[in-house]
Ligand binder design. Structure first.
Ligand code: PAF
Length: 305
């Protein structure tokens, strides 16, 4: 795998693969696990024999709020490169913060939330869920992903379903800003007991790890209820809450939304779910935040035109 730390190194590599019809791209913050490897393997499949798979590793400071885990976020570059290589990645962009936010931007980028400089306004979909708890987070995500897309010039952007709101907002960004890239959302990869794979799982103590399955238990319960015909969002949300609380996690939200708009079914459905739906949960276990979700309807997310 070709490793480039600077844009001036990456662009010639990108030009050298101009003949590749398909160039799928997997953006990451490193600390890679099998969920990331599965994204790269799917990118490899999309690329086919003629295509090239690109990835990036960058712990983006502008999407972390002060007091969040930016400093302690695991950095495991050597292991990450091995995982990327084994999964079929051809080129990886590993910039420094200086490279992505160079000093000439610093005058207008005095805060870590990226305010001051030119950034992407992610719109109303950030007022809920993760966006409500982590103000500024999706502005940071959209801005860095737009920059990475401009640097890597991919044909496909592969994102994990685990960060459901992130994939919904980035999908919307690419559509609304007419970015010439196809967004592909890939199924969450889980541990054998159902816990969604996440770089943050390594923060959990053994005792916390044993209780972390509460999110998956709540989501499988809600899916069972939905499949059994229950359509009242308040009843379903209350049931999910009780699973989380029974295991002693601190619940942040457990709600059911329409997957494209992220509007809560309780607010739009006159007390009934009447279309596509996804259940989302966020909870804290000690100092660690966990998120997970489950699509309740079989309809997969729509592709951008
Ligand atoms: O999901 C992530 O790892 C990050 O939010 C992303 C998409 C790489 C942007 O920094």
């Amino acid at each position: 795998v070709k490793v480039c730390h600077n844009i001036i190194e990456f662009r010639p590599w990108r030009r050298s693969i101009e003949g590749a019809l398909l160039v799928p791209f997997v953006p990451t913050m490193g600390a890679l696990h099998d969920g990331h490897a599965s994204l790269v393997r799917q990118a490899r499949q999309i690329a086919g024999a003629q295509g090239k798979v690109a990835a990036s590793i960058f712990v983006n400071p502008t999407q972390f709020r002060p007091g969040e885990d930016f400093n302690k976020y695991p950095r495991t570059l050597e292991a990450d490169l091995k995982i990327l290589e084994a999964a079929g990645c051809d080129g990886v962009f590993v910039p420094s913060a200086q490279e992505m936010y160079p000093p000439h931007l610093a005058k207008t980028r005095e805060t870590r939330d990226g305010s001051g400089g030119v950034s992407i306004d992610p719109g109303d979909m950030t007022n809920v869920l993760e966006g409500a708890i982590r103000p500024g987070h999706f502005r940071g995500v959209c801005t860095v992903v737009a920059k990475l897309l401009n640097i890597t010039e991919p044909t496909h952007l592969l994102l994990g379903q685990k960060d459901f709101q992130q994939q919904a907002i980035l999908r919307r960004m690419c559509a609304d800003l007419n970015m010439p890239v196809k967004v592909v959302t890939c199924t969450t990869v889980r541990e054998p007991d159902g816990l969604a794979m996440s770089s943050r799982n390594r923060y959990l103590s053994a005792e916390e790890r044993s209780r972390a399955t509460a999110l998956y238990e709540a989501l499988t319960w809600v899916k069972g209820q939905y499949d059994g015909g229950v359509r009242r969002p308040l009843e379903l949300e209350a049931g999910m809450r009780s699973f989380i609380e029974a295991r002693g996690l601190t619940l942040q939200y457990a709600i059911i939304v329409e997957p494209e708009s992220l509007c809560r079914w309780q607010d739009i459905g006159a007390g009934e779910i009447a279309g596509d739906a996804v259940a989302l949960i966020a909870a804290k276990l000690g100092a660690t935040r966990l998120i997970d979700n489950m699509v309740l309807t079989s309809g997969s997310p729509k592709q951008n035109p």
